[in-house]
Design a protein around this ligand. Structure first.
Ligand code: BMA
Length: 923
């Protein structure tokens, strides 16, 4: 048993020294009171926190995540709350300026100091700062700071009802629990989503400070570091031989003198200076100062994503200097890399390689094409202030352990905190990041657009230095879903597209392009890319939309089909350059349900369980292909019944658990089928170079698309994705209508790999039906090669009785490594429905070896389908592999385990059980 791999010491990526700042009071140190006069509640509050968290801690409300808390606690959401504290510790003796600085207020507030109104806020994602010197000057008695939070649900309803307010055609706003989310700059999924609860929380959700400055004092409130190749332009592959340009700027409180300059020092991780110098081309405004410097490449090692090379990082100390004196400085940890989303037209050389015409749509790291393997990251909790570094380390370690190198940080939660980017920098996880707009169209009045601009600039500047930052996208499913709905409802009306472009090309694109040359931007997560990219135009991007030529391929794809009868019909999958989301729901494990519902609710028909599934019937224009009209519960049940023997176990809890597990098997199998299909596309005319499934993890305990449950437990999906995301894989591709069956070896290595595939037909009783066939193969870099072609109608066997085991051994090298490695993978081809085949008792034997800390499992009697080792409640651990098939001739398979959280001193080992699909047939 191994302890969880230790990450590098968590770094504080940003050290701020504000030499001349007199005082910075952390508002979390004050004694806060949270109150509601309406409900006559007054309890201690915290910063950073949210109302629900404080009420729960103080015993006023039960655990919001338990049972139907999502519905029962709406009274908390529908009222106003006040956070109040005495602002102790201020220096009132001298002539200082005093500022209140909030890194995040959620969301509608009215702020008062000393009983005097200071300001109102209406954007969860902005940093707010207010000069309160004059208010303090006239303060009688101890300064009282009071922040009143209005109900976001009520206020957005009022905004929606304002005379002349914008409206959209039906179904444009993806509606979940509370309507009108498009009118507020707040986490859109706070209003409910199809995988999450609707708490619409309120509170001072990020750190806050009172800053006191002498007249020449400076406080750095935000900063930008952009590292790019000389001559680089966004969205275009740069010259990898060009020197690096470092562009830095500081956003400050206080006054910047016109003689101030900037200096930079680059240090390695042991704080040894590598190079230093003064920034050139200094430009100063009243709120910021910036400049740039050229750095020759040799001094610095490149940063690579996981599996593609090392994650080299450096410290960059940027100092504001005047008259030989350092006024303030900030140290950021960053790295040298270029990452580009290449959407250029397919070139003549590419056409001659067999790539279909149209446009590219793939990422390039340091000038190399690579296969992006990953998933979509949603908010890890409905209440961000309780998301801990420890929990995120576990989750991101699972990402890397799962052979993933990219996450799409989905558009309708909150901008990720720096510590998440820090972890991603260390672990090599690319974060395709999105502005928080999704599944709706948005207002375009000047106030709203200004608010969005402030939000975008702050966040672009805050996170730009992270080498893990891979892309900015304007929002989720706008061009493939919301615009077509609006335009379909109102054909010929150009208003919707014009408004869309105002926000996503007119406001958000410049927020990226004016602050960063290193990051690409797309307006919508799913998109056909641009028709034209011209940086001398005021708006550099002209979008392609549906301006397409038949036979050409342009963009990325989004695929949801809840008709599970076609789940394994390969022709139902989209052909594109990159799959940015696709998925299906499954139930969480019994162990997870036990955290959130009463014992009597542990059954499929429990209304608590059903009501925690928020994948409701949606209706609207996409009822048929996007949202089946049955509930999510029905979709999962139908799929389980179609493809597997369904459990009918006398013990009702065991039966429920087996059902939950069976829905997970279908989910994982469906995703595996798509992932192998997309990956094979790397060697097909579509030159497909990415698979990000929906969704990495859960926000709470519920039936969702996640592969990792709320507490970090891996579902079947995460194991299966880990398997199919290995660098060199074999998979079968079956047209079950014609019987055509092929198998391909696909590799995402950057050099050729070669080896052999062994194909063996087994009877379900475990006997070998025919001598194995061995097929040698060579598979090129980022390519695929066929190792089997047959037709199942011509086989001298019945798929009811026979299963094909395919396994490969290949030698090759990982990118940026000369070490020769052996890659192994196996895959079973079987009949469409395992409910119809001749499954038999596999005679599974599970053992634990206390010397090695490993488990062994064998199928002593017959073929075992979907072998599953189950960890009891209370321990967070994952096996090296799980959810695999075994045949008796495999003998004992040894399985390592990584323990992440064990509160019972290893006793859980005795509680591990093993099952396979055969168990579903037992009563
Ligand atoms: C897409 C995503 C999410 C959603 C998921 C499942 O629509 O972008 O908005 O949660 O599919 O329906």
């Amino acid at each position: 048993m191994r302890p969880l791999h230790q990450l590098q010491t968590a770094t504080i990526a940003i050290f701020c020294t504000a030499a001349a700042a007199k005082r910075a009071i952390d508002l979390s140190t004050l004694e806060w009171t949270l109150s509601s006069p309406v409900y006559n509640i007054s309890v201690p509050g915290r910063v950073p926190s949210q109302v629900h968290l404080d009420l729960y801690r103080e015993g006023i409300i039960p655990d919001p995540y338990f049972g139907l808390g999502d519905f029962e606690l709406r009274w908390v959401t529908l009222t106003n709350w006040t956070y109040n504290a005495k602002l102790d510790g201020l220096d009132t003796s001298t002539n200082l300026s005093t500022w209140l600085l909030f890194d995040g207020l959620d969301t509608f507030t009215s702020i008062e100091l000393c009983g005097e109104y200071v300001a109102s806020t209406n954007n969860q994602f902005r940093q707010y700062y207010f000069d309160v010197s004059s208010v303090l000057g006239s303060c009688s008695g101890p300064p009282n700071l009071s922040i009143n939070f209005g109900s976001a649900v009520n206020i957005t309803a009022d905004i929606a009802n304002e005379p002349g307010q914008e409206t959209w055609p039906d179904w444009v706003e993806g509606l979940f629990e509370f309507p009108n989310r498009q009118f507020v700059r707040k986490g859109q999924s706070d209003f409910g989503w199809d995988w999450g609860p609707a708490f619409a929380p309120a509170g001072i959700w990020k750190p806050a400070y009172a800053i006191q400055l002498p007249s020449a004092g400076i406080y750095i409130r935000n900063s930008l570091l952009d590292i790019y190749r000389q001559g680089q332009l966004n969205n275009l592959p740069p010259d990898q031989a060009a020197p690096w340009i470092l562009n830095a700027s500081l956003d400050i409180l206080g006054a910047i003198s016109s003689t101030a300059t900037l200096a930079i020092e680059i240090m390695d991780m042991s704080n040894n200076t590598i190079t230093s110098g003064d920034l050139q081309n200094i430009s100063t405004t009243s709120t910021s100062v910036g400049g740039s410097i050229t750095v020759e490449g040799e001094a610095c090692q490149l940063w690579w994503p996981a599996g593609l090379g090392p994650q080299n990082l450096y410290y960059f100390k940027i100092s504001l200097v005047d008259g030989g004196k350092t006024l303030a400085s900030v140290t950021k940890r960053s790295g040298f890399r270029t990452i580009v989303l290449n959407m250029t037209p397919i070139s003549t050389p590419q056409l001659s390689q067999g790539i279909a015409p149209g446009n590219n749509w793939h990422f390039e790291i340091n000038g190399h094409e690579f296969y992006a393997k990953g998933s979509n990251f949603i908010p890890p909790d409905a209440f961000w202030p309780r998301v801990t570094l420890a929990k995120m380390k576990q989750l991101f370690q699972s990402v890397v352990d799962g052979n993933q190198n990219m996450l799409r940080v989905w558009a309708s939660g909150a901008y990720s905190p720096d510590f998440l980017y820090d972890l991603a920098d260390e672990l090599g996880i690319l974060l395709w990041s999105e502005f928080e707009f999704g599944d709706a169209l948005y207002p375009v009045n000047p106030e709203f657009l200004d608010n969005c601009r402030e939000e975008a600039e702050y966040n672009v500047r805050r996170v730009n230095h992270h080498p893990s930052l891979a892309l900015w996208a304007g929002g989720n499913e706008l061009e493939n879903l919301e615009l077509p709905i609006a335009e379909g409802a109102d054909p010929g009306n150009g208003q919707w597209r014009k408004e869309y472009e105002q926000l996503f090309l007119g406001v958000l694109a410049p927020a990226v392009f004016q602050n960063s040359k290193s990051i690409s931007y797309i307006p919508s997560s799913t998109t056909n890319g641009y028709l034209e990219l011209n940086f001398s135009s005021p708006i550099p991007i002209i979008q392609r939309y549906d301006n397409v030529t038949a036979g050409s391929i342009y963009g990325d794809t989004d695929h949801y089909n809840y008709h599970s009868d076609v789940a394994f019909n390969l022709s139902s999958y989209p052909v594109g350059r990159f799959a940015n989301e696709f998925g299906f729901q499954s139930m969480p494990s019994l162990q997870t349900w036990q955290q959130a519902v009463l014992p009597e609710d542990l059954n499929f028909n429990s209304s608590t369980i059903i009501l925690r599934n928020h994948h409701y019937p949606a209706g609207g224009p996409f009822t048929d292909n996007f949202h089946n009209s049955s509930l999510g519960m029905g979709e999962m049940t139908i799929a389980a019944e179609l493809y597997y023997p369904v459990p009918n176990i006398a013990d009702s809890v065991a039966n429920f658990s087996a059902w939950c597990h069976t829905t997970q098997i279908f989910q994982a199998d469906f995703y595996r089928s798509q992932i192998s299909y997309y990956r094979r596309g790397s060697g097909f005319p579509e030159r497909q170079l990415g698979s990000l499934y929906w969704q990495l993890e859960d926000i709470w305990q519920a039936p969702t698309w996640a592969g990792v449950e709320y507490d970090g437990r891996w579902k079947v999906l995460h194991y299966v994705a880990k398997d199919i995301y290995q660098p060199v894989i074999i998979a079968s591709y079956w047209n079950y209508t014609t019987g055509d069956l092929t198998a391909y070896v696909t590799s995402d290595l950057w050099s050729t790999a070669s080896g052999s595939a062994t194909l063996t037909w087994y009877s379900y009783n475990g006997t070998i039906l025919a001598a194995p066939t061995t097929v040698p193969f060579t598979v090129g870099a980022l390519n695929t090669t066929q190792v089997l072609q047959t037709n199942t109608n011509a086989l001298p066997l019945s798929l009811k009785d026979a299963v094909l085991k395919m396994n490969i051994t290949a030698t090759g090298s990982l990118p940026n490594s000369n070490e020769v490695k052996i890659f192994k993978h196996e895959y079973y081809f079987h009949d469409l429905s395992l409910g119809q085949v001749n499954l038999q008792d596999p005679g599974l034997i599970l053992n634990y070896n206390s010397t090695t800390g490993n488990f062994t499992v064998e199928a002593a009697k017959a073929v075992a389908a979907w072998v599953w080792l189950d960890i009891p409640a209370g321990t967070l651990a994952n096996f090296d592999e799980n959810a695999f098939w075994l045949v008796p001739s495999d003998g004992k398979r040894e399985i390592g385990v990584t323990v992440k959280d064990d509160s019972i001193g290893g006793k859980w080992v005795k509680g591990v059980t093993v099952r396979s699909l055969w168990n579903n047939t037992l009563s």
